[in-house]
Design a binder for this molecule. Structure first.
Ligand SMILES: *[C@@H]1O[C@H](CO)[C@@H](O)[C@H](O)[C@H]1NC(C)=O
Ligand SMILES: *[C@@H]1O[C@H](CO)[C@@H](O)[C@H](O)[C@H]1NC(C)=O
Ligand SMILES: *[C@@H]1O[C@H](CO)[C@@H](O)[C@H](O)[C@H]1NC(C)=O
Ligand SMILES: *[C@@H]1O[C@H](CO)[C@@H](O)[C@H](O)[C@H]1NC(C)=O
Ligand SMILES: *[C@@H]1O[C@H](CO)[C@@H](O)[C@H](O)[C@H]1NC(C)=O
Ligand SMILES: *[C@@H]1O[C@H](CO)[C@@H](O)[C@H](O)[C@H]1NC(C)=O
Ligand SMILES: *[C@@H]1O[C@H](CO)[C@@H](O)[C@H](O)[C@H]1NC(C)=O
Ligand SMILES: *[C@@H]1O[C@H](CO)[C@@H](O)[C@H](O)[C@H]1NC(C)=O
Length: 499
């Protein structure tokens, strides 16, 4: 699922030996929801479900094996307890969630049976022999929802569940959207849902993303925002002449000399997007409890990067920007910053399940190019990260990775279609609680205000992506702790409601 270790679309931190980015356009490697803090590898067995390949073509009888996990420790068999379903998203499903997290605390209280179903095409759930573009035809949110419906129906049978056992869906990030859409499309199967940080409005140019990053950095100080803007401006200036270019190579530890890329617009866009991504990745996961137990991993927050950005002793703003870049490279174990566009596209074109991009980068990019957009462009003002990664840069990637038909007009139609299918921000549901955090850039595409009582919204001031889903910590903001308790009461009301 995606509030897992680090969703959104990538920015930059290229990672691992092959320089695949850790965080690319708002999606982290592994998907957007993080894992809860690691415990000693929980002994949760892998289970497999025979699933249909194409739910919308009854004459297509092909099937594949979908992975799922169960925790039945709290559930009294043949009792009336509820059934909780954690929806998998744009990354590998994580066993850690089967024993930890807010939903497990709720399950304990309600005596719930817990399932987690991995999303088709992610993790070990491989519906097709490879990730070739023609095989990705079956990678849609509608198919994923139908997978969930089929799964629920089969588990009702398998576990001898009755209409007294009410299903409640949980999801964070893209699965947060799926949780709400599941209740919308299959209300007879799912009694309610907790939808965390779910972007419900599909949009090609998601310029609000960096607007929120800007606002979130401003919660530290306006000086931090100003320094980022000045630093970015100085990078632009340096790139205009030879000596400056050599300077940029050194300061930002570029893997390839930028003077050779100066006329390659895509390389330059990629470079600026990557520098912006250094901040986006930090903001999106600011102080969430993925870090609360195991503190040996990177622990970089808005406070960390802004403390560097406002520190005059580090040098002029461009040097501070470089210091942040260096910190991110170091903590993500990369020796240099890889910004070459062709290399990235080449990697993204790899259709093998053994490739690095099969962790979800290719699949999620496909979903954005065919269903959601969500392109985190530099169009918003005042453009503290510059203006060099406009929405066309992202549409170009769809074309270069998947083919010439995935162009702008296609994308506009695809995004309208998604909004038509689910209702976007006018989604007509009951028994769904929408939860967002003010620091999380994704809240800009979600429901943050209660429009009707039967579908309440909780907007938590000061928290990041999917914060309410992680296990509690003593450092939690009081409003986050309050939100967890409120969600408990909503779940209770959904289980017993007449809706
Ligand atoms: C379910 O979660 C609880 C709480 O973490 C854990 O103690 C228990 O072992 C888990 N049960 C299974 C079957 O995984
Ligand atoms: C469901 O009921 C059948 C028949 O009563 C029984 O054999 C089976 O063990 C039950 N399954 C579970 C998971 O309790
Ligand atoms: C913490 O994370 C590190 C690196 O991922 C790992 O080696 C270590 O075992 C973890 N410690 C605990 C207590 O989980
Ligand atoms: C990580 O950040 C949290 C919250 O800011 C802090 O309490 C903790 O001490 C930090 N851990 C390390 C190792 O810096
Ligand atoms: C500012 O940066 C300097 C040089 O890197 C460092 O020695 C100093 O501790 C920093 N000051 C603060 C307040 O972080
Ligand atoms: C970092 O990279 C080095 C060299 O590629 C590798 O040996 C090491 O295991 C990596 N460390 C982590 C924590 O990924
Ligand atoms: C795809 O990735 C695999 C695994 O890393 C690699 O062996 C293969 O050469 C790559 N294919 C192409 C066409 O790059
Ligand atoms: C998408 O919807 C918008 C707003 O309703 C409309 O202006 C636009 O023409 C539509 N585009 C396509 C390709 O359907």
């Amino acid at each position: 699922m995606n509030c897992q270790i680090v969703l959104v679309f990538f920015v930059t931190i290229w990672n691992f030996s092959n320089s695949w980015r850790i965080f690319h356009r708002g999606r982290s490697v592994g998907g957007n929801i993080g894992q809860p803090p690691e415990t000693s590898a929980p002994n949760v067995p892998e289970k497999w479900f025979i699933q249909n390949l194409d739910h919308f073509n009854p004459s297509d009888t092909r099937t594949w094996r979908q992975r799922y996990f169960v925790n039945d420790s709290f559930f009294e068999s043949n009792g009336d307890g509820p059934v909780f379903l954690m929806i998998g998203g744009e990354g590998e499903a994580s066993k850690e969630w089967m024993t930890q997290g807010a939903w497990i605390a709720y399950a304990q209280a309600f005596g719930a049976l817990c399932f987690q179903l991995e999303h088709r095409y992610y993790g070990k759930s491989h519906p097709t022999e490879d990730l070739g573009t023609s095989n990705l035809l079956y990678l849609t949110s509608q198919q994923a929802l139908a997978d969930l419906a089929n799964f629920i129906t089969s588990m009702n049978d398998h576990y001898n569940l009755t209409s007294k056992n009410k299903w409640i869906a949980f999801g964070g990030s893209y699965p947060g959207s799926l949780a709400a859409w599941l209740r919308l499309k299959y209300p007879h199967l799912v009694k309610g849902a907790m939808s965390a940080s779910g972007p419900l409005l599909a949009k090609v140019d998601f310029q609000e993303y960096f607007q929120v990053v800007d606002d979130s950095l401003a919660t530290y100080s306006d000086q931090c925002v100003r320094a980022v803007k000045e630093g970015t401006y100085e990078v632009n200036t340096l790139l205009r002449h030879r000596i400056g270019q050599l300077n940029v190579n050194n300061k930002f530890k570029l893997c390839d000399p930028v003077e050779k890329s100066i006329d390659n617009k895509n390389d330059i866009s990629n470079l600026f997007e990557t520098l912006a991504g250094n901040f986006a990745g930090v903001v999106q996961y600011n102080k969430d409890n993925r870090l609360s137990k195991n503190k040996t991993g990177p622990n970089i927050t808005i406070d960390t990067v802004c403390a560097i950005m406002v520190n005059d002793s580090v040098g002029p703003p461009v040097d501070r920007l470089a210091a942040v870049n260096e910190l991110i490279l170091r903590t993500s174990n990369q020796s240099c910053l890889d910004y070459k566009y062709d290399k990235m596209v080449q990697q993204m074109r790899n259709v093998s399940w053994d490739s690095e991009v099969s962790e979800g980068g290719r699949q999620w990019t496909y979903q954005t190019c065919t269903e959601f957009g969500f392109f985190q462009s530099s169009s918003y003002r005042p453009q503290i990260f510059g203006d060099q990664f406009p929405v066309d840069f992202f549409i170009q990637q769809c074309v270069d990775i998947f083919g010439p038909e995935y162009k702008s007009s296609f994308l506009n139609y695809a995004v309208n279609r998604t909004n038509m299918l689910y209702g976007a921000l006018d989604i007509d549901v009951t028994n769904v609680v929408f939860v967002h955090g003010s620091i999380d850039p994704w809240h800009a595409l979600g429901i943050t205000e209660t429009k009707k009582k039967a579908a309440p919204a909780i907007y938590i001031k000061g928290t990041a992506h999917c914060a309410n889903m992680y296990p509690p910590s003593k450092n939690d903001l009081p409003q986050l702790a309050a939100a967890r308790r409120q969600i408990y009461h909503y779940i209770e009301s959904f289980i017993y409601s007449n809706n």
